[in-house]
Design a protein. Structure first.
Length: 135
């Protein structure tokens, strides 16, 4: 079934850490959001909270377009901040954007996150992050 856009979440993408000395970075530009991470292995870079309306959708899912410029990025769901992400998909460096579909639970307490999953600095351009439904 086709995806029906519900809400553009790209403007709501935030750094995971709020401490100013934390090395994760997020820059907004005309072409999207650049996320980079020089943190330790498995460093968390960015997150987006799911809106309350996710509980009312029939088949909620996220559509993301991401181009990993360096390193390897993981895109997944984070419920417990002390547990590893679930449903994580990995994207290595490429000049071609990757299209990711991430199926969501009907639970607004879960967050979608982007993190570095390699032992080298990572950087990615996110040009689309949309909450969608199927009917």
């Amino acid at each position: 079934r086709p995806s029906i856009p519900v809400l553009d979440l790209l403007p709501h993408l935030r750094r995971l850490e709020k401490r100013p000395w934390h090395p994760d970075r997020l820059w907004r530009g005309r072409n999207g959001v650049v996320v980079s991470c020089d943190a330790e292995d498995w460093g968390h870079a960015a997150r987006v909270a799911l809106p309350e309306q996710v509980a009312r959708l029939k088949e909620p899912h996220l559509l993301m377009t991401i181009t990993t410029r360096a390193g390897r990025m993981g895109v997944g769901l984070l419920g417990d901040p002390f547990a590893p992400p679930t449903l994580e998909q990995f994207v290595g460096p490429s000049r071609v954007p990757a299209e990711i579909t991430l199926e969501l639970p009907h639970d607004a307490s879960v967050q979608a996150q982007v993190r570095k999953t390699s032992d080298e600095p990572a950087s990615a351009l996110i040009t689309r992050l949309v909450l969608c439904d199927r009917r």
